[in-house]
Design a protein around this ligand. Structure first.
Ligand code: C5P
Length: 232
């Protein structure tokens, strides 16, 4: 898969989602389905978006004991999405179990990537709430190394960390990066943000963009702006 923009469809209903996607007439953007939409509408919405020809990143960020994650991944594998994820904080055995559950009898499987530290987390919150004293980039690199060791295909990280992750884990190890804002946009609750152009320069493979597109007056124009900055 090449460089692409993934739209975070953080909606709470079928109607909202399709009235948004219908604006793209003919275009089939890569979409991310997160917890909000999946919990609201269930697996049916994944099948419908797939049927309409979109690539899908199902962002459910699993984190539980290895056996539970393995079984959940085996159920999710049947949805035939393109990318799935989990929290690297669940440890290497959990990630290995996930991969096992995800792999179908014929050996095929969706890509599996790990969340390192959320882009809403910074050094201060990590130290205060998680009792992690190491600098955030060191923690992100360590978690990326664990994901690679477990056999995963890449990580979700900040674009600011994409280059370092490639240095450590190789160019083929995917970096999928949220925390994207236009230069003239609002950061909201995201702390480690950058623009689509800067994300490209930093070597991100995919950018995940939510509110800068979904809350724009003209979402299609905002998407095209992302594509222009990031892929051209
Ligand atoms: O609206 P915004 O562009 O901030 O949306 C970013 C999306 O990426 C959200 O769906 C959020 O859940 C997701 N995400 C994130 N940070 C991560 C992993 C996923 O912001 N580390």
């Amino acid at each position: 898969m090449g460089k692409d923009v993934i739209i975070a469809c953080d909606f709470s209903s079928y109607e909202e989602t399709f009235s948004f996607l219908d604006k793209f007439q003919g275009k089939k953007p890569f979409v991310k389905i997160g917890m909000e939409l999946f919990y609201a509408e269930g697996p049916g919405i994944v099948r419908e978006i797939k049927r309409r020809g979109h690539k899908i990143f199902l962002d459910l960020k699993l984190h539980d004991i290895p056996n539970t994650v393995k079984k959940a991944m085996s159920v999710l594998s049947a949805l035939d999405v393109d990318i799935l994820n989990l929290h690297a904080g669940g440890t290497v055995p959990m990630m290995e179990a996930a991969l096992e559950g995800l792999t179908r009898p014929d050996g095929s499987r969706p890509l599996l990537i790990a969340v390192t530290q959320l882009t809403s987390t910074d050094n201060e919150t990590m130290k205060r709430d998680l009792l992690i004293d190491k600098p955030i980039d060191e923690v992100v690199m360590h978690y990326a190394g664990n994901a690679k060791k477990a056999g995963l295909d890449g990580v979700v990280c900040s674009p600011l960390e994409a280059g370092k992750v490639h240095e450590k884990c190789g160019d083929g190890f995917l970096t999928v990066t949220p925390g994207i804002r236009f230069a003239d946009g609002d950061a909201g609750d995201q702390k480690r943000v950058t623009t689509p152009l800067k994300a490209k320069e930093l070597g991100a493979d995919y950018i995940v963009v939510g509110r800068p597109i979904t809350a724009a007056c003209d979402p299609v124009a905002a998407y095209n702006r992302c594509i222009d900055e990031f892929t051209k």
